[in-house]
Design a binder for this molecule. Structure first.
Ligand code: ASP
Ligand code: MG
Length: 410
C-alpha cells in the first residue's frame, strides 16, 4: 500500500484541542487507504521552555543532558496524538526515535541520521496502525539519546519517507507554504506554488526558517516529493521537486535575509608565509560554522582573510582564535557586528547572465554599502550593514518582480 509521511510542527500541536484537530485530519487521509506515518514536534514552545529551565541551572549545560531533556518534549506529543487517534477509533502506535530505529552519528545537539532501521514502524503499518514518531531525536552507537538540531523534526519526517519509500512527505505547519520572501518583513511576498529542491536548499540554508536544511537534502537525494502546507487551511501548499513546471521563466524565485551576522577579519604580517586556511581547520575542529570567506592577497597589502559567523558563535570564535593565535600565526583580528546577509535565489540564474549586474545596480541606486559578496550557481549573497537589511530585501524583491507574477491565485 502506498505510504505517506506527515509532519506536524509545534504550533500545530500546541494544545489538546489542536492535537485532536490533527488526529481528525489524519483520520481523513487514513480513510483514503494510505499507510500513514506521522512525525511530530514538541507542543508549542515546549522546547524553548526546556532550554530555559536548563539555563536556570547553568549557562552551558552538557550537550548530552540537553538532548535527554529536549527529547522529552516530542515524547509527550507522540503519546497524546496516539491517544487522540485511538479516541477516534483508529489504531495507532507511538515511537520514540530509538523505537523507530533512527540511528545517528556526530555531535550531541546536532546529530545526523546515519540509518533508519524501519522494521518496527513497517510492522505497525502492516497491521493497519498509524505510526506516530517523535521528531528531532535518535540514538547513537553508544545508546545516547541524541537530537538533530533545532527544527530537526522536518528531517526525521523526510528521512522516514525515504526509508519507507513513501509516495510523498507533507510538512504541516502554521504557514501555508514557502513564500518569495518573509511576508512579515517583505509585504509584497507571495506564496510559491512550486520550487526546486536546489532552490529550497539554498533558501533553507540562508535561514528562511520554513524547513530544516537537512530535510531538503534528504528529499533531494531520495527524490521525495515534499510539500509545505498549512495545518489549518485545506490547500496544496508549496511543492518541492527536482524541476519546477510552474513559472519556469522566473529567474529569481526567492529573497532571503539573515540578521545578526559578524564579519571577522584576521590580518597577518606582510611577510607571512603560511597558509591562510589553517584558521579554518581550527574553527572546524571547534564546530564553528563559517559562511562567506574572502581572502585578500595583494602585492603591497597586508594579507588578510575575512569571514562571517553568526552572532551566537562570536564568543566561541573569539576564544578559539585567541587560544590558537601562535598556531594560526595571525597578528590581529577584528570583529564587526551589526551586519546582515541578503541573498537572491533562483535556478534560472544559471542560464541568465546579468542577474548580478542587475542586483548591484539596484543596490547602488539604493545607496547600500556592500561589504562582501558571494555567489553560487543559483544564488548571490551580499553582506551589508544590518540597518539596510529590510530595505535591501524589499528592493530586490521589487527589482526581480517577484510580487507581480502570474501565479497569484487566490
Ligand atoms: N522541537 C524541536 C525544536 O523546537 C524540533 C522541531 O520542532 O523540529 O526545535
Ligand atoms: Mg520547524
Amino acid at each position: 500500500m502506498s505510504c505517506l509521511v506527515f509532519k506536524f510542527g509545534g504550533t500545530s500541536v500546541a494544545t489538546i484541542e489542536r492535537v485532536l484537530h490533527v488526529a481528525k485530519r489524519i483520520q481523513k487521509e487514513k480513510e483514503k487507504g494510505y499507510d500513514i506515518v506521522v512525525v511530530v514536534s514538541a507542543m508549542g514552545k515546549t522546547t524553548d521552555k526546556l532550554v530555559e529551565m536548563a539555563h536556570e541551572i547553568m549557562p552551558n549545560p552538557s550537550k548530552r543532558e540537553m538532548d535527554t531533556l529536549l527529547t522529552t518534549g516530542e515524547q509527550v506529543t507522540i503519546s497524546l496524538l496516539s491517544m487522540a487517534l485511538q479516541s477516534l477509533g483508529l489504531s495507532a502506535q507511538s515511537f520514540t526515535g530509538w523505537q523507530a530505529g533512527i540511528l545517528t552519528e556526530g555531535i550531541p545537539s546536532d546529530s545526523r541520521i546515519l540509518e533508519i532501521q524501519s522494521e518496527n514502524v513497517r510492522k505497525a503499518l502492516d497491521k493497519g496502525q498509524v505510526a506516530v514518531v517523535a521528531g528531532f531525536q535518535g540514538v547513537d552507537s553508544n545508546n545516547n539519546i541524541t537530537t538533530l538540531g533545532r527544527g530537526g523534526s522536518d528531517t526525521t519526517a523526510v528521512a522516514l519517507a525515504a526509508a519507507l519509500g513513501a509516495e510523498r512527505c507533507d510538512i504541516y505547519t502554521d504557514v501555508d507554504g514557502v513564500y518569495t520572501s518573509d511576508p512579515r518583513y517583505v509585504p509584497k511576498a507571495r506564496k510559491l506554488q512550486e520550487l526546486s529542491y536546489d532552490e529550497m536548499l539554498e533558501l533553507a540554508n540562508l535561514g528562511a526558517g520554513v524547513l530544516h536544511p537537512r530535510a531538503v537534502e534528504f528529499a533531494k537525494n531520495y527524490k521525495i516529493p515534499l510539500a509545505v502546507r498549512s495545518s489549518y487551511v485545506e490547500d496544496e501548499g508549496t511543492i518541492m521537486k527536482e524541476e519546477v513546471e510552474v513559472e519556469k521563466d522566473l529567474v529569481v524565485r526567492g529573497v532571503a535575509f539573515m540578521a545578526d551576522i559578524v564579519r571577522v577579519t584576521v590580518g597577518y604580517e606582510g611577510n607571512y608565509k603560511g597558509s591562510l586556511v589553517n584558521i579554518f581547520t581550527v574553527l572546524a575542529d571547534n564546530h564553528i560554522n563559517v559562511d562567506i570567506i574572502v581572502q585578500t592577497i595583494l602585492e603591497g597589502v597586508e594579507p588578510s582573510v575575512s569571514f562571517t559567523i553568526t552572532k551566537e558563535n562570536l564568543a566561541d570564535t573569539a576564544r578559539v582564535l585567541e587560544a590558537n593565535k601562535s598556531k594560526i600565526g595571525y597578528c590581529h583580528v577584528n570583529y564587526e557586528e551589526d551586519v546582515a546577509k541578503v541573498s537572491i535565489v533562483g535556478s534560472g540564474m544559471v542560464s541568465n547572465p546579468g542577474v548580478a549586474a542587475k542586483m548591484f545596480d539596484r543596490l547602488h541606486k539604493e545607496n547600500i554599502t556592500l561589504k562582501m559578496v558571494s555567489t553560487s550557481e543559483i544564488k548571490i549573497s551580499v553582506v551589508i550593514p544590518q540597518e539596510s537589511m529590510l530595505l535591501t530585501a524589499n528592493a530586490l524583491h521589487d527589482e526581480f518582480e517577484l510580487a507581480a507574477s502570474l501565479a497569484i491565485q487566490v
